[in-house]
Design a protein around this ligand. Structure first.
Ligand code: GLV
Length: 306
């Protein structure tokens, strides 16, 4: 019995090798070369062909290859009652935190402005720092770590999420307190899970409600952002700029206006890429737990969507 890796278009040889090193008793098959559907008890998915899970009659565990599970839950045909787990690991958190801190500090210390000045040999010592108060949308495993690190650095930060949270030692807003949250902050980081409630969350009404000239960082999913609304918000001055790592269509099409919009910085969905060495052990751990009917780790609630 074993695992099927279904991640079309990606070279997953490394994953397969690590799984076999960790437990060579587990049969590892890789899509599209799956010859034995009956032996597949767990699947590891990234952007799988929708509907494919029906082909595995003995499936008992669904694993996401990343932190997000929206790519799984958007498949209307995933079998009911099969637990879904995601990746939570220190390496993924480390990368997400250092990327986000880079974006925040880059804005705070205006590196882009100095790069531009350098091209024209301009020595301008005015206004070397922008005062910031960071607003973290989503304070789960990833967002929570960024908040912790910002606080260690002495940077003011507030959090916002869907539900109340207890025992937080920093300002936290939830549900209909969004405006109170936005009133406090001027750098907004989107780390929300993508669900039907959060799709298009970053829209023109949201941007109008921000402190004028706020800065946006989106490291969550492209579908959180209404892209034409961002262009409008920059034009109107609701926002002063944005750092975007995720897009509705990836790779970002060559003719997309974001490539050429002043104030927008783009990276190609690299903020935090799952490292197979770091993540594979927890998948094998969950596989063994599933086989031994033990509680799984890093499960998600399919109703909540995260
Ligand atoms: C990446 O986007 C992930 O979900 O891990």
């Amino acid at each position: 019995m074993g695992i099927a890796i279904i991640s079309p278009g990606r070279d997953v040889t490394h994953w397969k090798n690590i799984f076999q090193r960790l437990d060579d008793a587990i049969e590892v098959q890789v899509y599209p070369d799956i010859s034995n559907h009956e032996t597949v008890e767990a699947v590891l998915l990234w952007q799988h062909p929708k509907g494919i899970l029906k082909e595995f009659p003995n499936l008992k565990l669904i694993c996401s290859m990343g932190a997000g599970v929206d790519h799984i839950l958007s498949d209307q045909e995933i079998p009911d009652q099969i637990p879904i787990v995601r990746i939570v690991d220190d390496k993924l958190t480390f990368s997400m935190t250092n990327y986000t801190l880079m974006g925040i500090l880059n804005y705070h210390r205006q590196l882009v402005r100095y790069q531009e000045n350098q091209k024209q040999q301009i020595w301008d010592m005015t206004n070397p720092e922008i005062d910031i108060h960071v607003g973290m949308l989503g304070v789960g495993a990833l967002g929570g770590d960024v908040v912790e690190k910002l606080r260690l650095m002495g940077i003011p930060v507030s959090g916002y999420g869907k539900k109340p949270k207890e025992d937080l030692t920093y300002p936290y807003y939830f549900g209909d307190q969004l405006q109170d949250f936005l009133d406090q902050v001027n750098v907004i980081v989107c780390m929300l899970p993508l669900t039907k409630d959060t799709e298009n969350f970053l829209n023109i009404d949201f941007f109008k409600s921000c402190n004028k000239g706020s800065y946006l960082i989106n490291v969550a999913r492209g579908k959180h952002l209404v892209e034409e609304d961002l262009l409008l918000a920059l034009e109107k001055g609701y926002l002063s700029g944005a750092l975007l790592d995720v897009f509705r269509q990836e790779p970002l099409p060559k003719d997309h206006p974001f490539w050429r919009t002043e104030g927008i910085l783009i990276t190609p969905h690299i903020a935090s890429v799952t490292n197979p060495e770091a993540a594979a052990p927890q998948i094998i751990e969950n596989y063994h737990r599933m086989k031994n009917s033990q509680p799984l780790i890093n499960t998600i609630d399919p109703i909540l969507g995260y």
